[in-house]
Design a protein around this ligand. Structure first.
Ligand SMILES: C[S@@+](CC[C@H](N)C(=O)[O-])C[C@H]1O[C@@H](n2cnc3c(N)ncnc32)[C@H](O)[C@@H]1O
Length: 361
């Protein structure tokens, strides 16, 4: 099953994912470090910027503007090219609307920066997207944990990070390594010598924490338990639950070091720095600050569905009608929402990221 099928992009992405912007904002100091190194001796004719897995571009807009400002402050006349890429199913019109400020949620950046050109590419980051030697500063946030496809079923869970299935763990670890090397090899081909790529990615930290597994309810366990209940009640089959596998891998720091040590990359890329980032769930934070339970139980569930709905849908038998499959997934989320209503203080989805700064040799 190709990951593309899980990721039909929703417009209004930014509105539903406040935490994603907090993460991107927190990564700016590392980007600045790269800029400080690159800008003083920059001798190429174009400064190439790119956001891979950009969605509607809303969450990274401020970071991109700050970067453009910084380039202009050193080299005011230097042409800058900014590329946004995502899967072909992405809502690329949303990027256009944002960059032209058509609905007042973005900024008309082309008018503001005369030396800036922009392009968008409906191309997976598992392909080369830019021509060789065009990329000065690449960026990707919360996207490259998606594998090209799930390498197999997980016998005891929906997510490999929470599984004890040793066979599946080996399979996913190997696939994650191959995929990361492939992604980085393409980026290395695109990058100028001395250029940087900042990868902001979901991961597993040194405490073993990952998305939705930091305190209170363990989100992925809850997913699995509620689905198992639906199996016990014969709402869905055990086979369907087996087919619900997140094609994702939350990497450790060692996984990034292993990738650049791979013979395909060792002559091309080095890791300059890896930082940990723990971003508290913005919905839970607001709930704690205001005590407004009603808003929490109304708004929090939506942030779970944006990225997971398709995984559950695709796992359900194709012999069922689309309506039936959607009804079952909605029933699953209703059960999750009931759980949130019963014990709201225990729910929340903190983000665990690594910020990995790569440099092209
Ligand atoms: C959680 S969103 C992150 C969006 C944005 N970068 C941010 O941090 O707010 C993940 C994005 O990755 C994209 N994505 C997943 N797999 C991809 C692939 N193979 N190639 C390009 N984009 C991909 C999805 O379509 C989605 O837009």
């Amino acid at each position: 099953m190709n990951t593309t099928e899980f990721l039909a992009m929703q417009s209004e992405y930014s509105a539903k994912t406040k935490g994603a912007k907090d993460v991107i904002d927190a990564s700016f100091p590392l980007l600045q470090k790269a800029l400080k190194d690159v800008l003083p001796n920059f001798d190429q004719t174009v400064f190439g910027l790119a956001d891979f897995g950009a969605a509607d571009g809303g969450t990274s807009l401020e970071l991109m503007l700050k970067t453009i400002e910084q380039v202009r402050s050193t080299q005011p006349d230097l042409p800058i090219h900014l590329n946004y890429s995502d899967l072909p199913e992405n809502d690329f019109n949303a990027i256009g609307r944002m960059l032209n400020n058509l609905d007042g949620k973005g900024m008309s950046i082309l008018g503001k920066y005369p030396h800036l050109t922009v392009s968008s590419s409906p191309v997976s980051f598992y392909h080369q997207i830019l021509p060789p030697n065009q990329l000065t500063l690449g960026f990707s946030a919360t996207a490259m944990h998606w594998l090209e496809f799930a390498p197999g079923n997980i016998r005891d869970h929906v997510h490999i990070a929470a599984s004890q299935d040793e066979e599946a763990k080996t399979l996913y670890r190997q696939k994650s390594h191959t995929d990361l090397v492939k992604i980085l090899d393409h980026r290395a081909n695109e990058m100028q010598s001395g250029g940087y790529f900042l990868l902001v990615n979901f991961g597993i930290n040194d405490k073993g924490q990952f998305l939705g597994n930091t305190e209170g309810v363990h989100m992925f366990d809850r997913f699995y338990n509620l689905l198992s209940q639906m199996v016990a009640e014969k709402k869905i089959t055990a086979e369907e639950l087996q087919n619900m596998n997140f094609p994702q891998y939350y990497r450790s720091k060692e996984d990034y070091h292993a990738a650049v040590a791979d013979e395909q990359l060792s002559n091309q890329l080095e890791i300059v720095q890896i930082n940990d980032l723990h971003t508290p769930c913005p919905y839970r934070e607001a709930f704690r600050a205001t005590g407004d339970e009603a808003t929490f139980v109304e708004s929090y569930p939506g942030t779970l569905q944006t990225w997971s709905y398709q995984v559950f849908y695709v796992g359900l038998s194709k012999e069922r009608s689309e309506t039936e499959r959607n009804t079952l997934v909605r029933e699953f989320f209703t059960r999750y929402e009931q759980d949130i209503r019963q014990r709201p203080q225990e729910h929340g989805m903190d983000y665990i990221h690594h910020l990995v700064l790569f440099k092209k040799k």
